[in-house]
Design a protein around this ligand. Structure first.
Ligand code: PHE
Length: 490
């Protein structure tokens, strides 16, 4: 069990089904583009490792399974890290040709304005039955293209190499013909382009109707552009991500692909084939409303919640006053690794420290927790520039303290993982921590001791923090780092 009580106590919040919550409105807007798809919005978040990983073909050594990335309840049970955990079960129930699953998902991760350990995903899938196609006397591909013709058309520019698959990089599966993959890919792409066009139209209408003096209004007058890029997921092939050109950058909005036939076969629907996608609802909602900080979704402050109304035309979020930030650094020496001769009680001392995942499987395919942005919320448009006037000097670009520091043996803190610092910070400070970043790393030339310095940005979204309050929080944070990670404060 590595799941803190702060996470467990948030499970009942289910933001994506709260009336008038921006995640609910965003979910409903997307659902409205998939008429006839069966929606599942209350699936229970505690699942087996079989559901979350094995059923989807994740290899045993995949980093997504590590305790540094995933919240375990016990060795066989986790808080789902993605909505795909329910794919096999929903395929097996075989209640509809298309489905949408929206749910809270949980990942141990960095702390910043676009990452929160709990976020919300929507997963969708559409499958077709071969037998049903045969009965119509048409080929399966023809049947699928008839469905493509029912998807609303758009005239937005889309970059797509449009080779439906690539023999080595992004292969077609053996049981599928070239025509079938091309048809499924076309249906998938047109359906998801329609979602993005809908979201951006709504965002544009909202910003043109909002107060022109508000900073987020008129933010994006550029025409929408999208592109499809090849991707990898253990449970789809071929796979793609859809990216949107937004304020000067390509932004990933979703992951998708042709469902691995093995998943459908083991779900007792071998006759079906089709596509699936997954997207992060926070990211879409941040785009839609111009919400600058992912913590806001958890706010119960009326100044936040009263701005969203499912029955009124969509309005951009108007930030209420921005309270001052307070930066404090914490520097510490990492503990020495247990000596090989010592008994396992020494290892027990570092028991809260799982082995570093980034060094254990460098070539592993992307973890469900790894995509920096596909499905997790990412750079929020309308958010203040990273270096706002109140920001400290930019930190060193490294965000991975487990990256090889200085080659040769033995460094201290080999078992250290940054996510443990993040978690302790959340636990001690709750939502008043805005971000935590590594600003310095140092290896003592003689002792080979490794030291790290993290900069913690304290800022409440709802009030001004007092000095005493932040000092007390920072002190408790230092204490907890010492107690839980065995580090020595410098
Ligand atoms: N589950 C994937 C993720 O969390 C997204 C995905 C869903 C990709 C379905 C392909 C198909 O990153």
């Amino acid at each position: 069990m590595n799941t803190p009580s702060t996470i467990l106590s948030a499970i009942p919040r289910r933001l994506h089904i709260q009336p008038n919550h921006p995640l609910t409105i965003t979910r409903q807007l997307i659902e409205s583009r998939f008429p006839g798809y069966k929606t599942h919005n209350t699936l229970f978040p505690i699942v087996t490792t079989g559901q979350n990983f094995d059923s989807l073909g994740f290899p045993q050594d995949h980093v997504g399974r590590s305790r540094t990335d995933t919240y375990y309840i016990n060795k066989d049970t986790v808080l789902r890290t993605h909505t795909s955990a329910h794919q096999a079960d929903v395929f097996r129930a075989n209640e509809s040709e298309g489905y949408l699953i929206s749910a809270d998902v949980y990942r141990r991760d960095a702390i910043d304005r676009t990452h929160y350990p709990i976020f919300h995903q929507m997963e969708g899938a559409r499958t077709w039955s071969r037998q049903a196609a045969e009965k119509t006397g048409k080929s399966l591909a023809e049947v699928i293209y008839e469905d493509v013709a029912r998807i609303p058309k758009h005239n937005i520019q889309v970059e797509d190499p449009d080779t439906p698959f690539h023999a080595s990089r992004n292969p077609k599966q053996d049981p599928h013909s070239v025509e079938e993959v091309a048809a499924v890919a076309t249906h998938l792409k047109r359906s998801l382009e329609d979602v993005v066009v809908t979201i951006f139209d709504a965002a544009r209408q909202a910003s043109s109707s909002s107060d022109p003096s508000s900073p987020s209004a008129a933010a994006d007058e550029e025409p929408l552009k999208m592109r499809w890029v090849e991707a990898y997921f253990p449970f789809t092939s071929p796979s793609w991500e859809l990216e949107v050109f937004w304020q000067g950058d390509w932004l990933e909005v979703l992951g998708s692909g042709v469902v691995q036939q093995a998943i459908l076969n083991s779900a007792d629907v071998p006759d079906r084939l089709g596509w699936a996608f997954g997207l992060g609802l926070e990211r879409i909602a941040m785009l839609l409303y111009g919400i600058p900080d992912i913590r806001l979704f958890w706010s119960t402050d009326a100044r936040f919640l009263s701005q969203f109304d499912a029955d009124a035309p969509l309005k951009r979020f108007v930030p209420f006053s921005k309270y001052p930030a307070c930066f404090k650094d914490v520097s510490f020496w990492l503990p020495a690794p247990p000596s090989p001769s010592s008994s396992n009680s020494a290892a027990g001392g570092a028991g809260t420290l799982p082995p570093s995942s980034s060094s254990s499987s460098p070539s592993a395919p992307r973890a469900p927790s790894a995509p920096p942005s596909t499905t997790a919320a990412a750079a929020a448009p309308g958010s203040p520039a990273p270096a706002s006037p109140s920001s400290p000097p930019p930190p060193s670009p490294s965000s991975s303290p487990t990256a090889p520091a200085i080659a040769s043996a033995p460094l201290t803190g080999q078992a250290f993982h940054e996510n443990d610092v993040m978690e302790i910070a959340r636990d001690v400070c709750g939502d008043v921590v805005e971000d935590v970043r590594l600003v310095d790393e140092f290896v003592h030339p003689k002792s080979r001791r490794r030291s790290l310095c993290y900069r913690v940005n304290y800022r409440s979204l709802e009030r001004t923090l007092t000095n005493d309050e932040t000092n007390a929080l920072h002190q408790r944070l230092e204490q907890q780092l010492v107690e839980k990670l065995g580090v020595e404060i410098r």
